[in-house]
Structures are given as structure tokens and as C-alpha cells.
Design a protein around this ligand. Structure first.
Ligand SMILES: [Fe+2]
Length: 188
């Protein structure tokens, strides 16, 4: 029996560690989303980032509720995964992309973040269930569903924005070709 308890403690410890990691991840995202919203040129994308910022603040609060119930501090872990994803996202913003291309790149960065969160929430949700923490599990499940919906919304936005980005690139290429054509015609 003693070894079974130890196993449970091990999983519980892993569970709270992963929750702390998520807490740090969500807080990093709260800081990054306003920058992404500011960088977006599509109004729909900007709005999407702002809405997700409000949701993300709630995600932080849900985690705080869980830590309250556990009587533990949510602090103490650094999420290097999210740090890396957001660093790549900020690199995108520094590039000199044309508007729709920049938006397409921002969507790519945001979807990487969502997929990371979906994986992390899926994991802690499964841990909460097996540990018998049903209230935690339903809070975590709510967040998981919101992350999935955000990802779907980004996919929808990408359909239109990627097409615009492609058109813009084609226009630039055509203009360049036209310029080359016009010169010899003027001579003729
Ligand atoms: Fe979140």
C-alpha cells in the first residue's frame, strides 16, 4: 500500500508542477497578446487576439482557483516552451512583411501557441480526472474547449488571410514583370 501512495504522490506532484508551468505560460501570453493585436493588420485578426486576451485572463483565474483549492502557490515554474514560442512570434513581428503576409505569419505563431496549450491542458485534465479532482477537471476542460475554439477560429481566419497574402505576392510579382515589359514596348 505504501508504494501505491508514493505513486499517487508522484502523479500529484507532477500534476501541480504542470499546472504551475501552465500558470506561467498563460501569464506570458497575457503580456504577448496585446502586442500581437497591435501588430495585426486585419481587423478580424486584431479582434480575435483581443478576445483571446480576455479569455486568457480567465484561464489564469481558473488556475488560481485550482491552486487555492490545493492550498498551494501557483508560482515557482518557468514555462520555457511558451517562452520559445512567443520569442518566435516576436521575431515574426520584426520582419518587414507585407500586411496580409504578416497576418498569415502571426496566425502561424498563434496556432503554435494554441496547440501547445491544447496539449498541456489535455494532459492536466487527464491527471485531474485520474486523481479524482473532478472540479479541477471541469475547470480545465472549459479552458481546453476555449483553446480548441480559438485554434479553429484562427484556421478560419487563415483561409481568407492566406489567400490575400498570396494575391498580394502575385500582384507584386506581376508589377515587377509589367515594369520589365513596359520598357521595351516604349522603345518600339
Ligand atoms: Fe489559455
Amino acid at each position: 500500500m505504501a508504494s501505491k501512495n508514493l505513486e499517487n504522490d508522484g502523479l500529484k506532484e507532477l500534476y501541480t508542477d504542470e499546472l504551475k508551468d501552465l500558470y506561467h505560460a498563460e501569464n506570458q501570453l497575457v503580456k504577448a497578446l496585446p502586442k500581437m493585436a497591435k501588430a495585426a493588420t486585419s481587423e478580424a485578426l486584431r479582434q480575435g487576439f483581443e478576445e483571446h486576451l480576455e479569455q486568457t485572463k480567465e484561464h489564469v483565474q481558473r488556475l488560481e482557483r485550482i491552486f487555492n483549492a490545493l492550498d498551494e502557490s501557483p508560482k515557482g515554474k518557468k514555462c520555457v516552451g511558451m517562452e520559445g514560442l512567443l520569442k518566435e512570434g516576436s521575431e515574426v513581428m520584426e520582419e518587414d512583411f507585407e500586411d496580409a503576409v504578416l497576418d498569415a505569419a502571426l496566425i502561424g505563431a498563434a496556432q503554435r501557441v494554441e496547440h501547445y496549450e491544447i496539449a498541456a491542458y489535455g494532459t492536466v485534465c487527464a491527471f485531474a480526472n485520474i486523481l479524482g479532482e473532478t472540479q479541477h477537471a471541469s475547470l480545465l476542460q472549459e479552458t481546453l474547449e476555449e483553446e480548441k475554439k480559438t485554434d479553429e477560429k484562427l484556421t478560419e481566419l487563415a483561409t481568407k488571410i492566406n489567400a490575400q497574402a498570396n494575391e498580394a505576392s502575385e500582384e507584386i510579382a506581376e508589377e515587377a514583370m509589367e515594369k520589365q515589359k513596359i520598357r521595351p514596348r516604349r522603345v518600339a
